[in-house]
Design a protein. Structure first.
Length: 351
């Protein structure tokens, strides 16, 4: 036991010394200790929050929760956290997921009402239940039982957004095969005939969005997390892809992780995060894996927009994207004391 304690102490001293040397001299990185935080979009405050936890020798899961929570508090783009993206009834609800890479233990919440710290509640689901996902008011009750406080979820901005949408006869909306759904607000009556495929309303970045984050800690363990307030003017009860394991995020310590952002109702049908990780498991590069995961969706839905970000356990990154003029993601690792933004042009094709 003394010998193991000695080894652990030496191991930590080595990592602390290494971090100091990297920042002081910009020396080459040892891939065994290339801790990193990477996330979708230019949400750099979230990246910094996560990476600072890693520098303090926090776990990958600690870092993911810290990063996503920061975005919830910052209300990133109005599409993460409280006070944005009202549903048809004017309410803002939150979806979030966290997963650790050892055994794919997962905690998630969907349609969380009245609690602003969605990522922290998702972690509580992982740590304090045998379940993977809790939903709606029951998720809120679970959070309150652990001491989370119910707070208003609407903001003046979200209320104004919803009122303008109502004045515009509730357009666009996400009903289909309904009489008059494209010309007025509900209630609607089902059409007598069913059409299987309908062109979707335009779903751009600011009508939905997600922070998806991947982290690697000093011990080589990984985690992923997502957080969103979902699709603007969604039908109440709708789940995003973000909170579904394998759709919004997936991770395996032996391989790497992947996170997705975009038109969730389309993307969840293809489990792109799981697919990307499995492709990497079979030797595909992180760039090619992300592009192949996106291309599979684009083949069936060429008008959809979205992106997948991948990272291997060695710290190699990749992105695949479709119908986004310029997709940006944020990275921080030991090579620099600052977050760097990586841009990819993917206007009209998957790769």
């Amino acid at each position: 036991n003394e010998y193991k304690s000695y080894l652990r102490e030496g191991y930590m001293k080595h990592h602390i010394l290494y971090a100091v040397l990297v920042f002081a001299t910009s020396s080459a990185k040892d891939p065994m200790v290339n801790v990193f935080a990477i996330n979708t979009w230019p949400f750099t405050n979230a990246t910094d929050s996560a990476f600072n936890v890693l520098l303090d020798t926090g776990t990958a899961l600690d870092a993911v929760v810290a990063g996503c929570t920061r975005c919830e508090l910052d209300q990133c783009d109005g599409t993460v956290g409280w006070g944005g993206s009202p549903d048809e009834d004017g309410h803002t609800t939150l979806d979030a997921l966290v997963m650790e890479g050892s055994h794919q233990d997962t905690g998630a919440v969907i349609q969380l009402k009245g609690i602003r710290e969605a990522s922290q509640v998702a972690r509580a689901v992982l740590q304090h239940t045998e379940h993977s996902i809790l939903v709606g008011e029951n998720a809120t009750g679970f959070a309150e039982s652990l001491g989370f406080k119910r707070k208003p979820m609407q903001s003046p901005k979200s209320i104004a957004m919803w009122e303008a949408w109502k004045k515009n006869k509730c357009q666009p909306n996400y009903w289909k095969n309904m009489v008059d759904s494209k010309t007025k607000c509900k209630p609607y009556v089902p059409e007598p005939t069913y059409e299987a495929y309908h062109p979707r309303p335009s779903v751009d970045r600011f009508s939905h969005d997600t922070i998806g984050m991947i982290t690697l800690d000093w011990t080589g363990k990984m985690a992923v997390g997502t957080s969103t307030n979902g699709l603007r003017f969604k039908i109440p009860g709708r789940s995003s892809d973000s909170a579904l394991p394998g759709c919004g995020a997936y991770v395996d310590n032996q391989v790497g992780g992947a996170v997705a952002t975009g038109d969730g109702d389309i993307m969840m049908r293809f489990s792109p995060a799981f697919l990307a990780v499995e492709l990497m498991r079979n030797g595909v590069s992180p760039v090619a894996a992300a592009k192949q995961a996106i291309a599979r969706i684009a083949k069936k839905y060429p008008a959809f927009s979205g992106a997948v970000v991948t990272a291997t356990k060695e710290g190699a990154f990749g992105v695949g994207c479709h119908n986004i003029p310029v997709f940006k993601y944020s990275v921080r690792d030991l090579s620099s004391p600052h977050v760097r933004l990586v841009s990819t042009n993917c206007t009209t094709h998957a790769f």
